[in-house]
Design a binder for this molecule. Structure first.
Ligand code: GLA
Length: 378
């Protein structure tokens, strides 16, 4: 009897959970078709909070397709670069809004040695490996499950990367959860496990323009980065291994400074990056979420704060955008019309023993968190 009763209870509560989840998700998270990728349909999920802030996320690449936030006067504008349908994301996008993996940023010579074995990765950036390879996590279909909770709603994305994919060892199971809260925060949580030791460095590659995507360049945005050091790079954007002080250089953003104020200064590092495209070494104290960067767009008043558990931040100023990409609503994305703040471990860590390790081993759990907090300056 007791046993039957327990079984029955389990079934009832499971059924209740299912109907609860679908009712709530129908209410809190909308799902719509977003086109097909190699014949497979993909979807776009709309997360909207109590204040009208809205994030649209597709399960193709986990891309944040749009993010609408209010300005000083309450006017909503889409503040991320992207496309209206999935097709241009398949081949023609420089990682707009995507989840990046298995390794965000570059690995020099597309090669690393781990536990005595040398692994060769896909070369997709000259001789180097960039953002997980030819078909990184930005170009795969993720399993998506929406959820809602008190004052929040979101999307859980799951992807299993096969042993040997793009040259990486081990089957990697990744879960990325986007949560939009009523406090106007978009949180991204990354979790992964593996069955063989492998490098892992997951990040988010949204291009922000707080005045509005496609409206103009980002050079007037005022940026603060909480970092006293950065990792200088060679001409292929591979770190030299040094950590250089930002003091007295165009890389010092400890005091809020317009992105454009020094971007074209006569500086060898700026030449290598064609502007800012570098990893800052964050001034962290202990563990947990800490402020990494703060951006203010003076005309709209929109602000963006980035908090993270990660030790590094790639600030990329959209130097490779050249006006050849037409995005949402037919708007052209010209030079430096979007900036990325990619929370991460340092580039090329698998080849730099002095950098914090990016190696995940069986039995360990990879878990990092980044919060994009949206606001307005008074
Ligand atoms: C990253 C890299 C840049 C560039 C962009 C995509 O931010 O650091 O060099 O490759 O992605 O164009």
């Amino acid at each position: 009897m007791k046993k039957n009763g327990m079984v029955l209870m389990t079934i009832v509560s499971a059924a209740a959970a299912v109907s609860h989840a679908s009712a709530v998700s129908a209410q809190g998270v909308e799902r719509a078709a977003f086109g097909t990728v190699a014949g497979r349909p993909v979807e776009v999920y709309t997360l909207r909070n109590a204040k009208g802030v809205e994030a649209r996320v597709t399960n193709f690449g986990g891309v944040i397709v749009s993010l609408k936030t209010p300005d000083r006067a309450g006017k909503l504008e889409d503040i991320v670069l992207g496309f209206d349908s999935v097709t241009p994301y398949i081949a023609g996008a420089p990682y707009f809004g995507a989840i990046i993996g298995r390794y965000g940023n570059r690995i020099g010579n597309a090669q690393f040695t781990l536990d005595g074995k040398t692994y060769t990765l896909a070369k997709n950036d000259g001789a180097n490996h960039l953002h997980g390879g030819v078909k990184g996590f930005d170009k795969v279909i993720w399993a998506a499950e929406p959820f809602t909770g008190k004052g929040e709603r979101g999307l859980v994305l799951k992807y299993t990367s096969a042993d040997g994919e793009e040259g990486y060892p081990g089957t990697l199971k990744a879960t990325v959860t986007y949560t939009l809260t009523d406090a106007n925060e978009l949180a991204v949580e990354y979790v992964a496990t593996t069955d063989k030791a492998t490098p892992v460095n997951l990040t988010q590659h949204s291009y922000f323009n707080l005045a509005g995507a496609g409206i103009g360049d980002i050079l007037g945005h005022k940026l603060m980065i909480a970092a006293s050091g950065f990792t200088p790079v060679d001409a292929g954007l591979i770190p030299t291994g040094a950590i250089a002080p930002v003091k007295g250089t165009p890389f010092d953003f400890r005091v809020p400074t317009a992105i454009g104020a020094r971007i074209d200064a006569d500086d060898p590092q700026l030449k290598n990056g064609k502007g800012y495209d570098h990893n800052w070494v964050l001034d962290r104290k202990g563990k947990g979420l800490q402020l990494a960067a703060r951006v203010v767009e003076p005309t709209s008043g929109r602000t963006l704060e980035v908090r993270t558990t990660e030790p590094g931040l790639q600030f990329y100023a959209g130097n490779f955008l050249d006006g050849t990409i037409k995005g949402k609503g037919g708007k052209v994305y010209g030079h430096r019309t979007g900036f990325c703040l990619e929370t991460q471990h340092y580039p090329d860590s698998p080849n730099k023993a002095s950098f914090p390790s990016t190696i995940l081993r069986p039995g360990q759990e990879y878990r990092t968190r980044t919060v994009f907090a949206l606001g307005v300056a008074k």
